[in-house]
Design a binder for this molecule. Structure first.
Ligand code: SF4
Ligand code: SF4
Length: 105
């Protein structure tokens, strides 16, 4: 089990208030708003923390640069992937990788 899987298991055992606190803290640290791929549409919709919530809801469609690998949440949560706003959450990308046997890192 890697860091991300252990943290997910730990979070499942936390009371909902603690889960929410951790998510809010990650949301506050998310560096998406400073990313070249981030759009004004995403800003107006207050979208971010795509690693957790998954793809942007019709606001981001073009991959430029991704700041995820340098974001503190990436290291803290043991994430492996990037471009979550277009490619889907960490869980989704891990699942796809399991299905197709590919690694998009
Ligand atoms: S890893 Fe990416 S999507 Fe997740 S909080 Fe950081 S910048 Fe946002
Ligand atoms: S998920 Fe990555 S590419 Fe998308 S806005 Fe956040 S930092 Fe940029």
């Amino acid at each position: 089990m890697d860091k991300f899987e252990m943290l997910m298991q730990k979070m499942r055992e936390m009371p909902p208030e603690e889960q929410m606190k951790m998510t809010e803290s990650n949301r506050a640290a998310c560096t998406c708003p400073g990313c070249p791929t981030y759009t004004s549409c995403a800003k107006n919709a207050d979208e971010r923390l795509f690693c957790n919530t998954g793809k942007s809801f019709m606001c981001i469609s073009e991959e430029k640069t991704c700041l995820c690998p340098t974001c503190p949440v990436h290291e803290k949560m043991g994430l492996k992937y990037q471009f979550y706003c277009i490619r889907g959450s960490e869980k989704a990308q891990r699942y796809e990788s399991t299905l197709w046997g590919t690694k998009i890192i």
